[in-house]
Design a binder for this molecule. Structure first.
Ligand SMILES: [Cu+2]
Length: 120
């Protein structure tokens, strides 16, 4: 499962739907943040969570090709085939800003990038 993290390249084995890297299982009752993927954008491209907050992050793929959502800082990796979705729980740690992007080759360069802002 560690493939794709720690090396210079961040291409996940993105053919595995439902993988969530080192995120948590979805957390019952936690706030859900939905990020929609299209070909080739994320919406919203910026999400905000509070330090210490536990949230569920859901990737909804509205596109016609597979997309994923990688958050290297949190070892999170969500994969959603076209028309499907995937969810991970995660706990935001210290305040800061973290990039996320789609690791399918070419998609990051095409504009599939965003950031998570962790507020105090
Ligand atoms: Cu993509």
């Amino acid at each position: 499962m560690m493939h794709g993290f720690g090396g210079g390249h961040m291409y996940g084995p993105w053919a595995q739907p439902g993988a969530r890297g080192r995120g948590l299982p979805p957390v019952a009752g936690a706030r859900t943040i939905e990020v929609q993927a299209a070909d080739f954008t994320f919406s919203p491209a910026e999400i905000t969570v509070k330090a210490g907050e536990v949230v569920n992050l859901t990737l909804v793929n509205r596109g016609v090709t597979v997309h994923d959502l990688v958050v290297p800082a949190y070892r999170i990796w969500l994969v959603a085939p076209a028309g499907q979705s995937a969810t991970t729980g995660f706990r935001a740690l210290r305040p800061g800003e973290h990039e996320f992007y789609c690791s399918v080759p070419g998609h990051r360069e095409a504009g599939m990038v965003g950031r998570i802002v962790v507020t105090p």
